[in-house]
Design a binder for this molecule. Structure first.
Ligand SMILES: [Mg+2]
Length: 294
């Protein structure tokens, strides 16, 4: 079997450094032809996988959500039906939590090598792909939050709601949504299209039975609150997933169009996703064979 192992040496504060020797040693213990690539810069994982994926039976990547995002984009663009294994590095891996991947790197490597691949849906965001989340609004441009903990998207959102002292200062966006035969428009502070059971450990999709291979992603839209009481109701709702909240609308989709009246940054899998005014998101059902545990 030919395996391409792509790892981000600096992910999670150089976390792989102390495990690399044993992981590579383990990968080479069977009848394996192994190629190892340490990413050198942003987009490197994407470029290498796009160019090389066709030559290998399996791709294993190690890094954060951003590295996974690049590898998935590379695989999707080659139309590769190859198997992908993922060894999460870093203290926050939103999606890895949802995939039940071991926190221990050697155990994750073992799973990537021996586990059974399962098909998983992938999102298309205009011309780019994403694995588990595309989002805009409030916290996506809170650049000053740099701790690892707060890189967790919804952790940031909860943090944001705790920190806001005035709704008047809150940035809102005029957003038009086209979904099926429906079209609606309102003032929103946040929007997210996701395919993940958990986003970090804080947020559970309220009242949703999330499946990673059902051809559907969950849409979460949060309307602009009118006062601090309304605002204060959002955080607890997102954190507990219990009850209802008039400001928070959640539904499933396989295709949605989001039109915002200004250019604002989107995040794709926690990375910067550009600032298009019109975004068309489609779910590509069972697009990838990923090794994960349910
Ligand atoms: Mg789904």
């Amino acid at each position: 079997m030919k395996i391409l192992f792509v790892y981000n040496p600096v992910a999670g504060q150089l976390q792989i450094k102390n495990h690399l020797w044993s992981i590579i040693n383990y990968f080479c213990s069977g009848d394996i032809e192994l190629t190892v690539h340490a990413t050198q810069e942003n987009k490197d994982a994407y470029k290498v996988v796009k160019k090389q994926a066709g030559k290998y039976d399996k791709i294993i990547c190690c890094g954060g959500d951003g590295t996974l995002h690049e590898v998935v984009n590379g695989m999707m663009e080659t139309g590769s039906s190859r198997v992908l294994g993922f060894i999460p590095a870093g203290s926050v891996n939103d999606f890895a939590t949802s995939l039940n991947l071991p926190r221990n790197m050697e155990q994750a490597a073992r799973l990537a090598m021996e586990g059974q691949p399962k098909s998983i849906d992938i999102g298309k965001f205009n011309d780019e792909y994403f694995t588990y989340v595309a989002a805009f609004g409030v916290f996506t441009d809170i650049g000053y939050i740099t701790t690892q903990e707060m890189k967790n998207l919804l952790g940031r959102l909860a943090y944001f709601f705790q920190g806001v002292k005035s709704v008047a200062l809150m940035k809102t966006y005029r957003v038009k949504i086209r979904h099926g035969n429906e079209e609606f428009e309102d003032e929103y502070i946040y929007g997210m299209v996701s395919n993940t059971v958990l986003v970090g450990s804080l947020y559970k999709m309220p009242n949703q039975d999330v499946q990673l291979d059902d051809g559907l992603f969950e849409v979460t839209l949060i309307k602009a609150p009118n006062d601090l009481i309304e605002l204060g109701s959002i955080g607890p709702y997102l954190l507990t997933g219990k009850g209802d909240n008039d400001l928070v609308k959640i539904f499933k989709t396989n295709s949605i169009e989001v039109i915002i009246d200004e250019q604002i940054p989107w995040t794709l899998d926690g990375e910067y996703g550009g600032n298009p005014k019109t975004v068309k998101i489609e779910v590509i059902e069972k697009a990838l064979n990923l090794i994960y545990q349910e």
